[in-house]
Design a protein around this ligand. Structure first.
Ligand code: SF4
Length: 253
């Protein structure tokens, strides 16, 4: 049984903080919204099933709300601080589980409690049905690398849900192009790198000394990013190395 890692301690040392200024956050939010605006809207039965893993999905290594980009993480963290009660915000920001069975943002009525700022992965989930995926793969076969097409089919086919209906078909062409050509991924990774550059040098250095990497992952999970972004210096020194070693989903650029 691996040794337990304690919850995050709040960062009480102001000099060790890692927040963006209000202006930087506003600029980031508008860039994220510009990306999200390219995703066709859908109408969904709201069962919340895609926000909870089945036994089979747990065994196969799936994760809810994954991948989450660093740029999305900081915006959601700010939303949680403003919109949630102090107790719930504290619980959410202290959450360190990398792969919880249920997304920490799923509400009691099965609704998403961070709906206005939910990440790209939740917006693109089940937008494409199998017929559209197959037709898009065939249509782009001559103009895109085979590996890109295969990756697109594999990823999108795993996100099918019969209870989701497309309501903005006019956005499909651009959306499909973005998915196959990794345009969404590249844009989100670029935005995430700009966030990383704003992290205080002290925190960057403290994290780097434990994880032995120059940068932070641009794609990870809510619990994972909490450990890099919000922890106290003593938590980083005492536990981050072990946490990082056990982590399976941190995706370095
Ligand atoms: S962020 Fe919202 S939509 Fe996405 S998995 Fe969590 S509860 Fe579901």
């Amino acid at each position: 049984m691996p040794e337990a890692i304690p919850d995050i301690e709040p960062d009480s040392d102001q000099d060790f903080g890692a927040s963006l200024s209000a202006a930087q956050l506003a600029e980031l939010s508008s860039k994220l919204d510009a990306v999200y605006d390219q995703v066709p809207s859908t109408c969904c039965a709201g069962s919340g099933e895609c926000c909870v893993l089945t036994d089979e999905e747990m065994q196969e290594g799936y994760a809810t709300m994954f991948p989450l980009y660093l740029a999305e993480y900081v915006r959601i963290a700010e939303f949680v601080r403003i919109e949630e009660s102090p107790e719930r915000a504290q619980r959410l920001l202290a959450h360190t589980q990398e792969r919880p069975r249920q997304c920490p943002f799923l509400g009691e009525q099965r609704g998403c409690t961070i709906y206005p700022v939910r990440p790209l992965i939740c917006r693109t989930y089940a937008v494409l049905d199998q017929e559209t995926i197959a037709a898009a793969a065939e249509q782009h076969a001559d103009e895109m690398p085979e590996e890109w097409i295969k990756g697109f089919v594999r990823r999108e086919s795993a996100m099918h849900c019969p209870r989701v209906t497309l309501t903005q078909p006019d956005k499909l062409v651009r959306h499909i192009h973005n998915l196959i050509s990794y345009t969404y991924e590249r844009t989100m990774a670029r935005l995430s790198r700009t966030v990383f550059e704003q992290v205080s040098p002290d925190r960057r250095q403290a994290v780097r000394s434990q994880i032995r990497r120059r940068g932070w992952p641009t794609r990870w999970t809510w619990g994972g990013y909490n450990t890099l972004y919000l922890t106290s210096a003593s938590w980083i020194q005492g536990y981050l190395k072990r946490y990082w070693k056990r982590a399976q989903l941190n995706d370095l650029d």
